[in-house]
Write a protein that binds this ligand. Sequence first.
Ligand code: FE2
Length: 312
Amino acid sequence: MATLTEPKSDFSALPEMPADVFTAPLQKPAHLGDDWLEPKQAEYGPDQDAIWDDLFNRQMSVLPGRAATAFMEGTEKLDLGRGGVPDFGRISEELDKLTGWSVVPVPMLIPDHVFFWHLANRRFPAGNFIRTRETFDYIQEPDVFHDVFGHVPMLTDPTYADYMQEYGRAGWKAMKYNRLKALGALYWYTVEFGLIMEGDDVRAYGAGILSGPTEVVFATEAKSPNRIMLNVDRVMRTDYVISDLQPTYFVIESFDDLFRQTVERDFDRLYTNLPPAFTYANSAIIDVDYVVSRGTQEYLLRGGRGSGAEAV
Ligand SMILES: [Fe+2]
């Protein structure tokens, strides 16, 4: 059993990780401190700035009417389309005025406890590199476009910004109970692949959806996926796919709803009752679900990515 102590309420210092708490075996580059932050943001040349611009323009041709209003407004508030990879100092200044967040450069995926610590202090770690033309459509490791274009506009929304901080705080508790997998599912189905109701429409607010051209259409309009109202307990018991379109998306009523469902949750009780493995398959619909639209799962049944199946 893990022995991580209760988090301090100020989260100001990065606590020691006890040896019996599992973390992914990541090798920290020698020039970085325990916070894993790069001393400064990478400098980008004209070719790399052009990659940002092309990615930005491609997304802007599909996002209107499909992305959450808060996201679209966030891209404007931060002027992410001014040309080239944004300067983290400039967007942090803007963000600080709006919600007290900042964006900080990291070289790669960072350990969970360090990631949670930054979020708990309202710092968003963003990749310090951009994809190449060869990997323009899909990269495994999150780059500056995924992190800044996909995640940062939502941090201009005050309630969402608070949710992200609470998520960071909740991370410590998940590690104590060894239930990171469950908390990871919550991140996956909200921060990366979340949908929100806006009137009668569903719109996307998750960065995994918003930073690519295909999934935003699939998630909001296709017949294949299930769309189910978010229930935090249920989501934390649900498996997810990493390298393909999602068979199921979870929908929130509002960011207040998301914040309340998370903050008011008794995570001690939840983690005590959660089994270590997921209970529900990622395409399942269960008795307690409030279903917005039941998917045909045609895309998945035809074989998904690699099979040539259309994302319908
Ligand atoms: Fe992400």
